[in-house]
Write a protein that binds this ligand. Structure first.
Ligand code: HEC
Length: 146
């Protein structure tokens, strides 16, 4: 009894790791287009407004960063300070589009994905949280955080 459960658990673990390993390789192509810009231009100033505004990006609910003018900042996620040094535009874009591609358990909202969402209000069904231009504006702004 005990042994069967253990064997089953081990088997699940092995299969699980194999799936994870496969996903690790599949990652780059999982979200089409994350390596290339979604819009032809990008404005870091507009991106900054999205990041700082609570009604739009809501980033500061979880993140903190070099924003001395913002009194309330989150502590559920890594600071955005220096993120432009740590990550390339493509890496930032992928995280913005759907951070579940990197961490399936991520609590960060997938800003450019409509699949796999829960409890979406009727008015928002089929819509992404940010549009392509806004994603690029935010990526451009994050790149300035050196
Ligand atoms: C509900 C919480 C939440 C919100 C809102 C959120 N994030 Fe995140 N974010 C996270 C967490 C947690 C991580 C750490 C990786 C993970 O678990 O996915 C993360 C990771 C990141 C990373 C990678 C940072 C690193 O150093 O690894 C970037 C860049 C980022 N977020 C940008 C943003 C931006 C820009 C916004 C707003 C448009 C935003 N996030 C909104 C929770 C959030």
């Amino acid at each position: 009894m005990f042994r069967t459960t253990l064997t089953r658990r081990l088997a699940t673990l092995v299969v699980g790791s194999a799936v994870l390993a496969a996903q690790a390789h599949a990652q780059p192509s999982a979200v089409p287009g994350w390596a290339t810009p979604l819009a032809s231009s990008a404005d870091p100033a507009r991106g900054q407004a999205i990041v700082l505004k609570r009604q739009e990006g809501l980033c500061l609910l979880c993140h903190s960063g070099p924003f001395p003018q913002e009194p309330f900042q989150g502590n559920l996620a890594p600071t955005l300070e220096g993120v432009g040094t740590r990550m390339s535009a493509a890496q930032l874009r992928l995280r913005m589009m759907d951070s579940r591609q990197i961490n399936p358990e991520s609590i960060m909202p997938p800003y450019f994905e409509t699949r796999g969402l829960q409890r979406v209000g009727a008015a928002f069904a089929g819509k992404t949280l940010l549009n392509a231009q806004q994603i690029e504006d935010v990526v451009a702004y994050l790149q300035t955080l050196k």
